[in-house]
Ligand binder design. Structure first.
Ligand code: GLU
Length: 449
């Protein structure tokens, strides 16, 4: 079998989107599963659309997800200087498969032929200008899509005389992608479904340049749970944003593994290495996956709980911009670890440990029960009397008093919880009091007496 070589070919037009990361992951896994090469190519020939810094950001993101590419990074704009694309376009001219065109886009519009598939310059025999593909009518062109496993055909009468090389010497995506995939010996091209309309153009260029067509596969669109395609404009599907929201890279990666591919069994948890082992092109799904955030949260919770407490504390510390004492985060992590799915959930549950002046602030009084006064008095007394500050003794003494006073355990602890934390849902309250310390706890209780 020839060596499998895949590539990820992003245009540096903004942040890496979840769909782009999926394309990169599947391309990587396909290559690595067959002990092949995974390459990275930056498609930056459309300088108008380029966003400064995104080239670097894309590389950083791939490295973060361990989707490391083989060989040197390929940058198309640098290859323009080598004259590769121009040479190919000129060969097409010589062979009668392309023509020079001097229509200005603006004029074309005015003259009303911008929507026409056949360009009026095609028979003018011009000798300079932009280079366009000369498409014959009524030929059938097809390929076997290896993702959906289906033969797809077009009649060339529906394919337009597409620009290949602009008058400034820069290739368009169509020419560059074919020249480069061929030059880089790419065996399998994987890309998003929205590129499907470009494929007949590419097939014609391959044919006219007499190049071997790689296997081509188009990944299904990821759907938004609210309907429609997941859109780049909704910022929350930017990979960078998801990381900022507190999702772990391993969880994001595991989540997208199954957005369009399924294993033979129902296994769901995969490290990247495990995924590479089981991945193959037979597992591609034909139905469109839905971006299900609950599922992502579930994955994130699993990966979060797999982390050692120290590591998780470090991540929370960093996530909270190093603003809060690390020692206190380390102490509180065991209390919340089972209850959070996301780094950002930590603050929801544990902010009360860090809030300064909480002792002076009042919470929503309506959260307390009817017996608040009695409950808090007893709690205050118990805590105040413990000299040897330890958790077991605290538990024991509180329980003794609850029994003695015939309090309802749940009600008692709820009032205590509200006084200490201001919230109804918190980590176990006795553990929290123990970590918070005697003084702070007493002050907070006193506040409501
Ligand atoms: N540069 C294209 C993109 O940004 C790549 C399409 C392809 O893989 O052929 O998605």
């Amino acid at each position: 079998m020839e060596k499998i070589r895949t590539r990820f070919a992003p245009s540096p037009t903004g942040f890496l989107h979840i769909g782009g990361l999926r394309t990169a992951l599947y391309s990587y896994a396909l290559a690595k599963h067959y002990k092949g090469d995974f390459l990275l190519r930056i498609e930056d020939t459309d300088k108008k659309r380029e966003v400064v810094g995104s080239k670097e950001k894309i590389q950083e993101a791939l490295k973060l997800f361990n989707l490391n590419w083989d060989e040197d990074l390929v940058i198309q704009s640098e290859r323009v200087k080598q004259g590769l694309y121009k040479k190919a376009a000129e060969k097409l001219i010589r062979d009668g498969h392309a023509f020079y065109c001097q229509c200005k886009a603006k004029n074309a519009k005015e003259e009303g032929f911008s929507n026409q598939l056949r360009d009026p310059c095609r028979d003018k025999k011009l000798t300079s200008g932009a280079i366009k593909l000369k498409v014959n009518d009524n030929e059938i062109i097809s390929f076997q899509d290896f993702v959906v496993n289906k033969k797809i055909s077009w009649n060339t009468s529906t394919v337009s005389d597409t620009t290949l090389l602009k008058s400034d010497g820069f290739p368009t995506y169509h020419l560059a992608v074919v020249v480069d995939d061929s030059d880089m010996h790419i065996s399998h091209v994987l890309r998003g479904h929205d590129w499907m309309p470009s494929t007949p153009i590419h097939l014609l260029i391959y044919k006219y340049l007499n190049l071997k067509v790689p296997e081509i596969g188009h990944l299904t669109d990821i759907l938004d749970p609210d309907g429609g395609k997941l859109s780049k404009r909704k910022g929350s599907v930017a990979v960078e944003k998801m990381l900022q929201e507190g999702y772990l890279a391993d969880a994001i990666l595991n989540f997208i593994m199954l957005l369009g591919w399924a294993p033979k069994d129902n296994k769901e948890i995969f490290s990247l290495d495990e995924f590479v082992k089981v991945f193959d092109e037979k597992g591609f799904q034909r139905s469109n996956p839905v971006f299900n955030r609950e599922k992502l949260d579930w994955f994130n919770g699993i990966y979060l709980r797999k982390l050692e407490n120290n590591k998780l504390s470090e991540m929370v510390f960093k996530f909270l911009k190093e603003k809060y004492p690390k020692e206190l985060i380390i102490k509180t992590i065991p209390l919340v670890k089972e209850r959070i799915n996301n780094l950002s959930d930590y603050w929801e549950l544990a902010s009360f440990f860090f809030e300064e002046n909480k002792e002076e602030k009042k919470v929503d009084e309506s959260l307390f029960g009817e017996s608040r006064e009695k409950h808090l008095k007893v709690a205050f007394k118990v805590i105040n009397e413990i000299d040897d500050w330890n958790k077991e003794l605290l538990n024991e003494r509180l329980m003794e008093e609850i029994t003695k006073n015939e309090f309802k355990t749940g009600d008692f602890f709820m009032d205590l919880r509200i006084a200490i934390t201001g919230k109804k849902f918190t980590p176990p309250i006795n553990d929290s009091i123990f970590i918070l310390g005697k003084n702070k706890s007493l002050k907070r209780i006193k506040n409501y007496l």
